[in-house]
Structure formats: C-alpha cells, structure tokens
Design a binder for this molecule. Sequence first.
Ligand code: 3AL
Length: 173
Amino acid sequence: MDVEKVNSMDFGEFVDVFGNVIERCPLIAAAVWSQRPFSDLEDLEKHFFAFIDALPQSGQEGILRCHPDLAGRELQRGALTAESLREHSGAGLMSLGAAERLQLAELNAQYRARFGFPFVLAVRLGDREAVPRELARRLQCPPAQELRAALGEVKKIGRLRLADLLGSPPAQQ
Ligand SMILES: NC(=O)N[C@H]1NC(=O)NC1=O
C-alpha cells in the first residue's frame, strides 16, 4: 500500500484499516485521518505517535488499559483482537505450561496493583522467556519512568502493525 492509497481513503475505510494500530483505540486512527494528506508513510506513523504524546497522563494510561494482559483472561476466553492473537502466537504465548501461566498471572497482577495499568511489551520483538524477565525488571521501576517505557512499547507494537498493513519494513526509530 502506498501513501496515495492511504490519502485517498475515506474516514470509514481508514478507521477500518488502521483502527487497531493502537490496541482497541480506533479513536486515534479517527483523529489521525483528519491530518491528511500524509507526505509519506513515516509521516502517517508520526501522527499516531504525536497524538499519544499530546494526551494528558490520564489518556496515556487509558491507552495502556485498553491492552489485554499478556497470556491472560482475554486469551483464555478467545477475546483477543486478531492483531494481539497473532503477536501472542508468534511469541509462543499460546503454548505456555500451567506453571508459566501462573507465574505470568501473578506478575501481571503485581504490576497492575503497583502501576494501575496492565504490563505492555511488544512481544514480537522478543521470545517468551523475555516476558516474565522484563515484567519482573519493570516492576521495580519508578512510576513515571514506567509510564514512559510502557508507551514506548505501545509505539513499537503500533510500528510493527503499521508495517504489516503497509507491506513495508518498520520505519527506523
Ligand atoms: N499487554 C500487552 O503487552 N499486550 C500486547 N503486546 C503485544 O505485543 N501485543 C499485545 O496485545
């Protein structure tokens, strides 16, 4: 898909295609559509990220709260979005043993109790062993630093999802 195609999309088509670039936040795609025309695909990505950066902390935390726990209840219930399911599956999180699942559930609960939002990690960039390791490490971080780290992961997930949709390698950071 090239930038001309993206610029030619009407609102409905744009939100259908890009509505889950940021997990369960189609409002962001809806807002980005108003910024057309995009000069190139990197410019499109910049608008997604600029929207996130411009939100007050409550909005940024809201974005994090729209993410499912990794290997959590949504996965058990078959309620993950297609994108999240693909990411879980690619990282091997569909085939955890009972002990690994329990360990992750406990760490996820501790993280949520400490920070008030779920732990977010771009799992496509690592392996499944990285998830509990990163979770345990980030549990120790100060809250302001952790909010920044979590939003950085949201952007990494968004960058990979955009690259999938556009059929291009992810833009450089
Ligand atoms: N909680 C969390 O990180 N969820 C996400 N991570 C990822 O790579 N896909 C998701 O849905």
